[in-house]
Design a protein. Structure first.
Lengths: 279, 240
């Protein structure tokens, strides 16, 4: 249930580099969907999906770092809380400029979401460490990262389904009203929690975990592309699905290769023996 | 513009969810191997399963009452009760079927390792605990405790949902329904996870010594839900 109890995760890419990749890649992907409006097309929706892959890599790496201390509740809990915080923050940030409560240009929406997510993450992290006495030294920092990544994943996938991150014009009718938001919620949480949950153990290594993260994010990207068939035109949806499928195949291959390389031995067990063979 | 009553009610809903999680007998991975008392899965999965079923039954009742005309205080209570009953049915079915598996498939007696005598039935517990384990299955006291937990959890989740729907003030608009639903789910997960961090992943029910940690979870859930409520209320007001 819990991960390997003990110290911090080690090896591979340094955390700050992964954070930079996640923040810049994720926000860039979301903002690049604005090219849709510039060129009056929907073909750039694929950028939202690619942005969400960067954010997933960051989120999965943050989960990996915090869960290697052993949470006691299993890895899935932290993925669910990531999207729980992320979805509240994402919708708040995207909707705030459009309500007219504060005079903010709509283009700042994703950045506001991201900051609000980090704020909620900080509060949850402080509560866990100071009041609930979890005593994980990196809890506050990790919760900020996980909430931020969850928020970026949610916005990236929504932008890829709707073709834009404008809330009232695009996300509300094509993602929220259609119910795809539930898919984005659970799918996004799975991509963040699953990689470490599947790879944890004494021989866990960062690059193998992150291969799974990219591969899972690509699957959700394909599903988001499929969902966007009803929201934007078929060519853009097909492009999102195709790119997602391509990334999935490449990274699934990489993951399988690393498993075969690092396992002591990989053997086929065949089918279960029949009753006669057992006698 | 700032709707204090809504914020207070959503916060109360979050606190009820956090409280409810403490009652639910969660055994985690050891229970999946029948080596600990409770249902063999994580707190978040169990609480979310019950909570989301509660949300569905509350949503059905709300839709039924609100679209047919005015929505009164007694209707409000009816929706909360519907959510609570939905969650209770879900958790009792889960515990009962789990119990059948533990007793008839694994072959262990349902027994608690935290108390010597079941506080409800008065049955001896300690002599039936297998050596090296933390109890098995779902004893009577845990079953009752789980049902109470689902009552609180389902009521809390429904409270958050109904209050968000009331702010949105458009019971048949799919956008409002979806937003309120997803926000309620988000608030539910945040509180369920905070509560499960408090109990460290496993608890048997209200007779478990870990149950004394409840005040800490209530403070944490209060702060976290308040933050979510402050963010959620203007959004629901902004959409409509």
């Amino acid at each position: 249930m819990s991960a390997v109890e003990g110290g911090p995760a080690s090896g591979g890419l340094p955390p700050n580099k992964v954070i930079a990749i996640g923040v810049i890649g994720g926000l860039a992907g979301i903002y690049l969907t604005m090219l849709n409006q510039t060129f009056n097309t929907t073909i750039f929706s694929v950028m939202g999906g690619i942005g969400s892959i960067f954010a997933v890599v960051w989120g999965a790496d943050a989960v990996r770092r915090v869960c290697s201390y052993g949470l006691g509740t299993g890895v899935p809990s932290i993925g669910m809380v990531a999207l729980g915080m992320g979805i509240v923050a994402a919708i708040f940030g995207l909707i705030l400029p459009e309500t007219g409560i504060l005079q903010i240009p709509a283009i700042l929406g994703p950045v506001i979401s991201f900051i609000v997510a980090a704020l909620i993450g900080l509060v949850i992290g402080l509560l866990s460490n100071k009041i609930l006495n979890m005593n994980i030294p990196i809890m506050e920092k990790s919760m900020i990262e996980i909430a931020g990544a969850g928020c970026l994943v949610m916005m990236g996938l929504s932008a890829s389904i709707a073709g834009s991150f404008a809330f009232n014009d695009a996300i509300l009718p094509s993602v929220v009203s259609t119910g795809y938001i539930a898919l984005v919620f659970i799918g996004g949480a799975m991509t963040i929690l699953h990689p470490f949950n599947a790879n944890l153990g004494p021989d866990e290594s960062q690059y193998r975990t992150l291969y799974v993260a990219v591969e899972k994010a690509a699957i959700i990207m394909v599903i988001a592309g499929f969902a966007s068939l009803t929201a934007i035109d078929a060519v853009s949806a097909a492009l999102t699905m195709l790119v997602g499928l391509l990334i999935f195949l490449v990274y699934f291959n990489k993951f399988m290769k690393s498993v075969h390389r690092e396992a002591y031995k990989v053997v086929g067990t065949g089918l279960l023996p029949s009753a006669e063979e057992l006698e | 513009m700032i709707d204090l009553i809504s914020i207070a009610l959503i916060t109360l809903g979050g606190v009820l969810i956090g409280l409810g999680v403490h009652f639910i007998p969660v055994g985690g991975a050891p229970a999946a191997m029948a080596q600990a008392t409770g249902v063999g899965t994580g707190t978040v999965q169990l609480a979310a399963g019950a909570g989301l079923t509660g949300l569905i039954s509350a949503g059905f009742m709300y839709n039924f009452l609100a679209t047919s005309g005015s929505f009164t205080t007694s209707d409000f209570i009816l929706v909360l009760a519907s959510g609570a009953v939905g969650a209770m049915i879900m958790i009792t079915v889960t515990m009962f079927i789990g119990q059948l598996v533990y007793v008839y498939c694994v072959g262990v007696p349902p027994v608690s390792a935290k108390v010597d005598v079941d506080p409800i039935t008065g049955d001896r517990q300690d002599i039936y605990v297998s050596k090296g384990t933390e109890g098995h299955g779902v004893p009577t006291v845990s079953f009752v405790s789980g049902t109470i937990g689902a009552l609180f959890g389902g009521m809390g989740g429904s409270l958050v949902y109904v209050q968000l729907m009331q702010i949105g003030n458009a019971p048949s608009d799919p956008a409002i329904v979806a937003l309120a639903g997803i926000f309620a789910t988000g608030v539910f997960y945040v509180n369920a996870v905070l509560a499960s961090y408090n109990i460290g992943g496993t608890i048997e029910g209200f007779h478990d010594p870990k149950f004394k940690r409840v005040p800490k979870a209530i403070i944490s859930c209060l702060v976290a839900s308040l933050l979510c409520a402050i963010i959620a209320v203007p959004i629901m007001g902004g959409v409509s």
